[in-house]
Design a protein around this ligand. Structure first.
Ligand code: CTP
Length: 452
């Protein structure tokens, strides 16, 4: 009996897939089909697969062509499968020509002609492409546009920015460059807000009033009440409003949070996170209030993320210790926040004028989790115990620093609603910290040495 094996994602099963499966089966007597698991597929840059693994397996099963269906979960599995199932022929479409020649060592490799004129990518793109606009100045815009190209079903159509150098760098990628926010909003279904945080409230509000979904670089606003108001407006209009904190969407970070919540280190007693960067401060990049992107608004949301995700948003007491730079009022070179909870504590250090080790440590009653610098874009973390032989290391590939997954999450929420990774209460808690900072609630200024 000749055994044939083939692999694919089989998203939105189409006749190109069926023809491939029929011809694969005709190469032998028994056909094994490997369906690629979501996570594994992401590592190949195939993102925004629309159907779950179960749905895709079921679709392949219903063709009645496969004699056996397996799930492909890891890099290098093909060799293991060929040996395990005794496959005589490995086959895939001609789009992979040459790519799998190394398998010739284990079985015969056959590339079948791909059916012209159809692919899952085209079906996904045609389904409902979301037209996205960008408002703001942050340098992250370039990265965001680049990353959006890996996601099916989204197109960046325009940008409204006062940062001319940023606009010119992305000019050939977007069709609309304008100073008129209303004009941008008229041309899109959703916006990505990366303006100065003091402008978020009005930028988001304008967008929601025009019935556009919003993805906003955290914080949503600098006041708890304003953030609540924006959420209630979004609910009333049936629109999606979510924080963009790319770390929240990265695979290693989200697995780490699950493991910590799952009790791997016992009860969590302390979360200590540090995020700093030493770059020239762009004092020209100010808003009408003369504020620059200070440490607390640039790094605060990311540094607070694991604290609120692991210990909750109901802290008993919060103290903010800050060192103001001299040039501009409200520019904190360095800020340390301590949050006290019932039975646990957190400390967060952020700085744009001070450099430190950007690590994350989560201490528990059985062990601790160590995420090395820069933890906010990590591919790796360790769970460490008193007995070193029990230590475990975890690696996950980081695609686009989490931005790709962030865009996919935003698209999925718009399509199917459901719960977002960064909850509304977490987003409100972040705004509360910003508000306390600006209002001087429990804030100590290191330079003046006085409580504000
Ligand atoms: N295939 C084919 N003809 C097509 C599309 C796919 O023969 N028009 C083959 C691929 O070469 C592969 C298998 O079907 O062997 C599974 O392909 P998959 O990657 O799941 O489908 P695509 O439509 O190519 O998906 P995408 O557009 O996301 O790359």
């Amino acid at each position: 009996m000749i055994k044939v094996i083939t692999y694919g994602t089989y998203d939105l099963l189409h006749y190109g897939h069926i023809k491939l499966l029929e011809r694969a089966k005709a190469l032998g007597d028994y056909l094994i089909v490997g369906v690629t698991a979501d996570d594994f597929d992401r590592t190949r840059g195939k993102i925004n697969v629309q159907q779950s693994l179960m749905e895709r397996v079921e679709a392949v099963r219903q063709t009645g062509i496969a004699d056996e269906i397996i799930v492909e979960e890891y890099e290098g599995q093909k060799i293991d499968d060929i040996k395990k199932y005794g496959a005589d022929i490995f086959t895939v479409g001609s789009d992979w020509k040459g790519h799998f020649d190394y398998l010739n060592e284990f079985c015969k490799v056959v590339y079948l002609d791909r059916t012209q004129g159809i692919s899952s990518s085209e079906l996904r793109a045609a389904k409902n492409e979301l037209r996205l606009g960008i408002i703001g100045e942050s340098p992250i815009i370039k990265k965001f546009i680049r990353e959006s190209e890996f996601v099916n079903g989204v197109k960046i159509v325009g940008i409204c920015s006062s940062n001319k150098s940023c606009e010119s760098e992305v000019a050939e990628k977007v069709s609309l460059i304008t100073d008129d926010y209303d004009l941008l909003l008229d041309s899109v279904d959703a916006v990505y807000v990366v303006s100065h945080p003091s402008r978020h409230y009005s930028d988001i509000r304008t967008s929601l009033l025009k019935e556009k979904h919003v993805l906003c670089e955290s914080p949503i606003s600098l006041s708890m009440e304003e953030t609540k108001e924006l959420y209630s407006l979004a609910h009333k209009k049936g629109l999606i409003l979510i924080d963009a904190v790319k770390t929240a969407y990265s695979t290693a970070y989200s697995r780490m949070i699950l493991l910590a919540k799952g009790g791997k280190i016992g009860e969590i007693v302390s979360v200590d996170s540090t995020c700093t960067s030493l770059r020239n401060v762009d004092y020209s990049n100010t808003d009408q209030l003369g504020k620059v992107w200070n440490s607390i608004t640039s790094w605060g949301p990311t540094a607070l993320l694991p604290v609120f995700q692991l210990l909750g948003v109901e802290n008993k007491f919060m103290r903010i210790i800050t060192r103001m730079g001299n040039k501009i009022h409200s520019y904190d070179e360095f800020t340390k926040i301590t949050l006290e909870y019932q039975g646990s504590v957190a400390s967060v250090k952020v700085g744009k004028g001070v450099k430190s080790e950007g690590e994350l440590i989560i201490s528990g009653t059985k062990g601790y989790i160590y995420v090395p610098a820069p933890w906010w874009k990590t591919e790796y973390f360790e769970i460490r115990y008193e007995n070193e032989s029990e230590n475990k290391r975890y690696f996950y590939q980081l695609d686009g620093e989490g931005i790709r997954n962030e865009i996919v999450s935003f698209l999925r929420l718009i399509e199917h609603k459901g719960a977002s990774i960064i909850s509304e209460s977490l987003s409100i808690a972040i705004s509360q910290v910003m508000e306390d900072f600006y209002n001087g609630n429990n804030v100590v200024n290191l330079v003046s040495g006085k409580d504000n």
